[in-house]
Design a protein around this ligand. Sequence first.
Ligand code: SF4
Length: 337
Amino acid sequence: MDQQQNVIELKEVTTSFYSRKQELTVVDRVSFNVKQGETLAIVGESGSGKSMTSLSIMQLVPAPNGKITNGEIIFNGEDLLKKPEKAMYTVRGNDISMIFQEPMTSLNPVYTVGEQIREQLMYHQPLSKREAHQKGIEMLERVGFSRAKEIMGEYPHQLSGGMRQRVMIAIALSNNPKLLIADEPTTALDVTVQAQILDLMRNLSNEYDSSIILITHDLGVVAELAQRVVVMYAGQVVEEAAIEDLFDKPLHPYTEGLLNSMPKLDEEQDRLQSIPGAVPTPDNFPVGCRFVTRCPYAMEVCTKEQPTLLEKESGHKVRCFLHEEGVVNDGEHERSS
Ligand code: SF4
């Protein structure tokens, strides 16, 4: 496969939740792609829509209230949104795997590690129980277990958080998925174990040339693993850039705020500036720019109109009037027409 070929491409994907009273859009026309061997990070605070975007890819949006209402998700040349639910069973865990923040919730506490790995392998591959067992041991060794044989017979509660996450990674990679979606994979772990898991994911992605979508609120994790970043805010993509461009010259005020709230090695922790306020809920999105209530550069136009996502430089997109041609920021805060 061509190095530049897209493994997955999202086009204008929109996901909403319905209550009797209203439709709440939690993922709003989200588009991006991931190339083979690439790690793309989706960054944002809680409520930004990043996890709901990954659940939309897997078609695991909680039914019946949640629904993907628009867009295409092209994977292997096919639109996943047109696939019947049964076909998605094969895609999930085989072509696309997912690991979550807290592996205890995705590992079944009443089955041994070995039973769970074997089940995953045998569901997707024509392996005997013995072959699946052997492959399970190999996978556990790959993710760094020195006593893999014993771990196969242990239950999730007998393992530490970091060990459980490694088991989840082994299960997720057991069928050589083309795409791994990792949703806050290190958030529940202590700092030393976080570093080990990030190292492991980096090595495995190099070894398998697999693509990763990394969902995180932590730009430190992004810097460790990703080549490209999509920043989400209130259900929308507000910036997309290569990792160096995002860290060196962020264009969106929200990205700037996230970077300012990142601990830096050479600065005192008390100089960290967090972004005041919180992400608005979908029933309370502002009419204009969704970041307007927290933005230090807000202009009058930002309260009235929604900015468009525009490509400013090759591969660097931003959704902000500060970067739109024809918007005057001369103190009068008016939009020229
Ligand atoms: Fe701030 Fe306006 Fe840009 Fe939104 S459009 S981020 S409010 S300057």
